[in-house]
Design a binder for this molecule. Structure first.
Ligand SMILES: Nc1nc2c(c(=O)[nH]1)N[C@H]1C(S)=C(S)[C@@H](COP(=O)(O)OP(=O)(O)OC[C@H]3O[C@@H](n4cnc5c(=O)[nH]c(N)nc54)[C@H](O)[C@@H]3O)O[C@H]1N2
Ligand SMILES: Nc1nc2c(c(=O)[nH]1)N[C@H]1C(S)=C(S)[C@@H](COP(=O)(O)OP(=O)(O)OC[C@H]3O[C@@H](n4cnc5c(=O)[nH]c(N)nc54)[C@H](O)[C@@H]3O)O[C@H]1N2
Ligand code: SF4
Ligand SMILES: [Mo]
Length: 695
C-alpha cells in the first residue's frame, strides 16, 4: 500500500527532524519535498540537504502502517489492542517475577519533549529509573564535566552571539557537515569578517577547509594536546589574571602543573607540529572573544569526561566565559537531544536535571503527578549501554522508542545477542529497522511531520512542531501511543489523560523548573530559551555572566592526566575512528530512504592514508577488510592524505561497513559514554572477489 493514499497533507511551520540546530521546515505541496521557513535559527529559511530530504521518509512506502507482534518466530500484523496488551502483559510478568528494574526504557532524542516526558513518567510510575536516551551516546561526558565545573551541562552561549566571536576553537567536531546551518549562517559570516578558526581533528574535513589552524590530533591524545595548549598559555604569560582573580580557583596549582608540561614532547605524542600548536594556543588566548565548539571527537571516548575537563581549563585561563561571543558550546546531536534530558529521560535525573536521589526533588515531581512521593524510585537506573549489557540478565524486557541500537550501539555482534536474550523487546519506530527485526512487538509511530509538540535545540531554544500530515494507515501519533501505554503499564489512566501535546507541555513547565513560565502561545513561531525568564529573555542567552549556574562566583581549574586508550594498538594495526557525512543521519533509517541523498554521495568507504594503504597493498577503490577480535566488516578504500597516518575513518550510517561491528564495550566511568573513536583494527585487501561474475 502506498501510505500516501488515504492521508491528508497541510503545510505548517515545524522543525527539521535531524540535527540539533533546529531549522524551521514544512511540507511544500509544490515540490512534494520539505522546505525551510524563516525560523528562529534559520532566519532566512535556509536548510541543508537533509532538511529538504526530510519529507521523503514521511511519505515512504516502507513506513510501518500497522502494529506487528511475533507469532511462531515471525512478525505478523495485529490490532493496537492486541499489541498494547502484549506489551503490558509481558512487562507486568517481568515486574512480578524480577521487579520493576528488570525493565528498561529507551527514550528518543528524535521525539518531542512531550513524548519523552510521558515516557519517563510511565517508567517511573511503573517503578524504575531505567530510562535513558541517546544523549548518553553523544555528549554525556560533556554534560557531566560542564555540570561539575560550571553547574550546568549545556551551551554557555547562543548562536546569535557567535557572530561576534574572534576565534573559534572547534575540537572533535565537523559543523560544516553535521551542523551545516550553524556553520554557514553563523560561523562563516564571522570568518568572512576576519575571525579565525582552529580545528582539532585527525582528518581534514570541510570544517578544516575554513580553518586558519588545523591540528590533526592522534585519536585518543586530546588530553595531551589540550594540556599542551594550556601550558603554552601559561608559559607565554597569556593567562587572563584579572578574570582568574575574580572567577577561577586553583590557578597556582594549575600553573605548577603546566610548568612541568614539555610542550614539544606533548605535541609530538599528540601527533601535531609544536609550532602549529603554539600558534593555535596564542590565537585562542589573545582573542578578545574566543568560543569553543565541541563534538564527538572529544566526548565519545572512554576518557571523554576527563578530556572535556582538560578542555574547560582553556576558557577559564583566558577569561572566555560569561560574555557574548565566548564560552563552551557542545554541538548537540538530534533535534531534541537537549530536551529529552531536560524533561527527565535520564536514569539519574528527574525533569529539570534534579537528581533522583534528592527527596525534595522527588516530592516536587510527585506533587505535580498527584502521586505519593514514596512511589517514585530513588536509586539511579541503568544508562543505555549498561542496560544493553544487562539484557538477558538483570534486564528482561525493554521498550525502545525511536532508536536503532542494533546499528548504533558499540560492539554490534554483542548487541544483537543481547536483543535476542530479552523475554520481550518492544520497538516503536517508523520503519522495520534492524532493531525491530529482534522485537516481539513493533508499534508504528509518527514522523516529524505528523505531530505537534516541542523540541529544544542545541542553544536551549524551545521550538514548536506542527502537524503537516496524518500518519499513514493505522500508524499513530507517538504521544497517543505512549499515553495509552503509560495508562496500561502503571494502572493510572488519570496520570496519562492529556488533551494533546499542549496540555502535556503545561505539565512539563510545572515539573521542569528551567522551563517554568513557557507556553505554546509564548513560543509561537519563535522560541523561548531556558532558563526561561519573562523579563530577561535576552539575559539567558549567555550563561555564567556574574556567577556560574551552580551559584558560585568561581569555577575550578583542574589538573587532568593522559588516559591510555582502552584498545592497545599493535604495530600492524590501525586506529579506527568513526563519524558522519553531511547527507546521512545516524543509522540512516530516514536518510538512506531518500533518493535525493543517496544519489549525492556513498558512505560505504573507509578513509585511509596513502602510506598505510601502500604498506598493505591497498589501492584507491579496492574493497578492504577491517577486522578485530569483536568483528569483521568490509568497505571501499578511499586513499587520501586528508586522514592522518595510522588512522582510518568510517561512517556508521550504513550496514556495510557496519562500523559498530568493530567498536568495543568500554564505557567512560563517569558518564558511561562508549568508546566510538578509538578501536584497534587490522586492514587488508578483502580476499573475497565480489566483482559480478567473479568466483
Ligand atoms: N550530517 C549529519 N549531521 C548530524 C548527524 C549525522 O549523523 N549526520 N548526527 C547528529 C548527531 S546525533 C550528533 S551527536 C552530531 C555529532 O557531530 P560531530 O561531533 O561533528 O560528529 P562526528 O562526525 O562523529 O565527529 C566529529 C569529528 O571528530 C573527529 N574525530 C574522530 N576521532 C577524534 C579524536 O580522537 N579526537 C578529535 N579531536 N577528533 C576526532 C572526526 O574525524 C570528525 O570529523 O551530529 C548531528 N548532526
Ligand atoms: N560508530 C559510531 N556509532 C555511533 C556514533 C558514532 O559517532 N560512531 N554516534 C552515536 C550517537 S552520537 C548517537 S546520537 C547514536 C544515534 O543512535 P540512534 O538514535 O539509534 O540513531 P538514529 O538513526 O537517530 O535512530 C533513530 C531511529 O528512530 C526512528 N525515528 C526517527 N524519528 C522518529 C519519530 O519521530 N518517532 C519514532 N517512533 N521513531 C523515529 C528512526 O526510524 C530510527 O530507526 O548513534 C551512536 N552511534
Ligand atoms: S542544519 Fe540540521 S536542522 Fe538544519 S536543515 Fe540541516 S539537518 Fe535540519
Ligand atoms: Mo548524537
Amino acid at each position: 500500500m502506498n501510505p500516501a493514499e488515504d492521508r491528508s497533507f497541510e503545510p505548517a511551520e515545524s522543525v527539521c527532524p535531524f540535527c540539533g540546530v533546529g531549522c524551521g521546515i514544512r511540507y511544500d505541496p509544490a515540490t512534494g519535498a520539505a522546505r525551510g521557513w524563516a525560523g528562529p535559527v534559520n532566519t532566512k529559511g535556509e536548510v541543508c540537504p537533509k532538511g529538504v530530504a526530510a519529507w521523503d521518509a514521511v511519505d515512504h512506502p516502507d513506513r510501518l502502517t500497522a502494529p506487528l507482534v511475533r507469532e511462531d518466530g515471525a512478525l505478523v500484523e495485529a490490532t493496537w489492542d492486541e499489541a498494547l496488551a502484549r506489551v503490558s502483559d509481558a512487562f507486568a510478568r517481568v515486574r512480578r517475577d524480577h521487579g520493576p528494574d528488570a525493565v528498561s526504557f529507551f527514550a528518543s532524542s528524535n521525539c518531542t519533549n512531550e513524548e519523552n516526558y510521558v515516557l519517563q513518567k510511565a517508567a517511573r510510575l511503573f517503578g524504575t529509573n531505567n530510562v535513558d536516551n541517546c544523549a548518553r551516546l553523544c555528549h554525556a561526558s560533556t554534560v557531566a564535566a560542564m555540570a561539575d565545573r560550571f553547574g550546568v551541562g549545556a551551551t554557555t552561549n547562543s548562536f546569535d552571539d557567535l557572530t561576534e566571536t574572534d576565534v573559534f576553537l572547534v575540537v572533535g567536531a565537523n559543523p560544516a557537515e553535521n551542523h551545516p546551518v550553524i556553520f554557514r549562517s553563523y560561523v562563516l559570516p564571522a570568518l568572512r569578517r576576519g575571525a579565525e578558526l582552529i580545528h582539532v581533528d585527525p582528518r581534514e574535513t570541510p570544517t578544516s577547509a575554513a580553518a586558519t589552524h588545523h591540528l590533526p590530533v592522534r585519536p585518543g591524545y586530546d588530553i595531551t594536546l589540550l594540556n599542551a595548549l594550556a601550558a603554552t598559555i601559561v608559559d607565554e604569560g597569556l593567562v587572563d589574571e584579572a578574570f582568574c582573580a575574580e572567577r577561577v580557583e586553583g590557578l597556582t596549582a594549575f600553573e605548577a602543573f603546566a610548568a612541568d608540561v614539555d610542550v614539544d614532547a606533548a605535541a609530538d605524542r599528540a601527533g601535531v607540529d609544536p609550532a602549529a600548536l603554539r600558534a593555535a594556543a596564542r590565537a585562542y588566548a589573545v582573542a578578545d572573544r574566543a568560543t569553543i565548539l565541541t563534538g564527538m571527537g572529544l566526548s565519545q571516548h572512554a576518557c571523554g569526561t576527563e578530556t572535556v575537563h582538560a578542555l574547560l581549563n582553556l576558557p577559564l585561563l583566558t577569561g572566555n566565559v560569561g560574555r557574548r561571543g565566548t564560552g563552551v558550546n557542545p554541538l548537540r546531536g538530534q533535534n531534541n537531544v537537549q530536551g529529552a534530558g531536560d524533561v527527565g529521560a535520564l536514569p539519574d535525573r528527574l525533569p529539570g536535571g534534579r537528581p533522583v536521589t534528592d527527596p525534595e526533588a522527588r516530592a516536587a515531581v510527585a506533587d505535580v503527578w498527584g502521586v505519593p512521593a514514596a512511589e517514585l524510585p530513588a536509586e539511579p537506573g541503568l544508562t543505555e549501554v549498561e542496560a544493553t549489557h544487562a539484557f538477558g540478565g538483570e534486564v528482561r524486557a525493554a521498550f525502545v522508542l525511536g532508536e536503532n541500537p542494533a546499528v548504533t550501539e558499540p560492539n554490534a555482534g554483542r548487541v544483537a545477542d543481547a536483543l535476542d536474550a530479552l523475554e520481550c523487546l518492544v520497538v516503536q519506530d517508523l520503519f522495520r529497522t534492524e532493531t525491530a527485526e529482534h522485537a516481539d512487538v513493533v508499534l508504528p509511530g509518527s514522523a516529524w511531520a505528523e505531530r505537534g509538540g516541542t523540541v529544544t535545540n542545541t542553544d536551549r531554544q524551545v521550538l514548536r512542531m506542527r502537524p503537516n500530515a496524518t500518519p499513514p494507515g493505522d500508524a499513530r501519533r507517538d504521544l497517543d501511543v505512549l499515553c495509552a501505554l503509560g495508562a496500561r503499564l502503571t494502572g493510572r489512566p488519570d496520570a496519562f489523560d492529556y488533551d494533546g501535546p499542549e496540555s502535556v507541555f503545561a505539565e512539563v513547565t510545572a515539573a521542569t523548573p528551567p522551563y517554568g513560565g513557557m507556553s505554546y502561545e509564548g513560543i509561537g513561531t519563535g522560541s523561548q530559551r531556558w532558563p526561561f525568564s519573562e523579563d530577561a529573555a535576552e539575559g539567558t542567552a549567555v550563561l555564567h555572566r556574574d556567577r556560574f549556574a551552580n551559584g558560585r562566583r568561581r569555577a575550578p581549574l583542574r589538573v587532568v592526566e593522559h588516559v591510555a586508550p582502552v584498545d592497545a594498538v599493535a604495530d600492524d594495526e590501525l586506529v579506527l575512528t568513526t563519524g558522519r557525512v553531511i547527507e546521512q543521519f545516524n543509522s540512516g533509517a530516514l536518510t538512506r530512504r531518500s533518493d535525493r541523498l543517496v544519489r549525492m554521495r556513498g558512505t560505504e568507504t573507509v578513509q585511509i592514508h596513502p602510506d598505510d594503504a601502500a604498506a598493505r597493498g591497498v589501492a584507491d577503490g579496492d574493497r578492504v577488510r577491517l577486522a578485530n577480535a569483536r568483528g569483521v566488516t568490509t568497505a571501499v578504500a578511499a586513499v587520501t592524505p586528508a586522514i592522518r597516518p595510522g588512522t582510518v575513518f568510517a561512517t556508521f550510517h550504513t550496514l556495510e561497513p557496519l562500523a559498530n561491528a568493530l567498536t568495543g564495550d568500554a564505557l567512560d566511568p563517569v558518564a558511561k559514554i562508549p568508546e566510538y573513536k578509538h578501536s584497534a583494527v587490522r586492514v587488508s585487501v578483502d580476499p573475497v572477489d565480489r566483482t559480478p561474475g567473479g568466483p
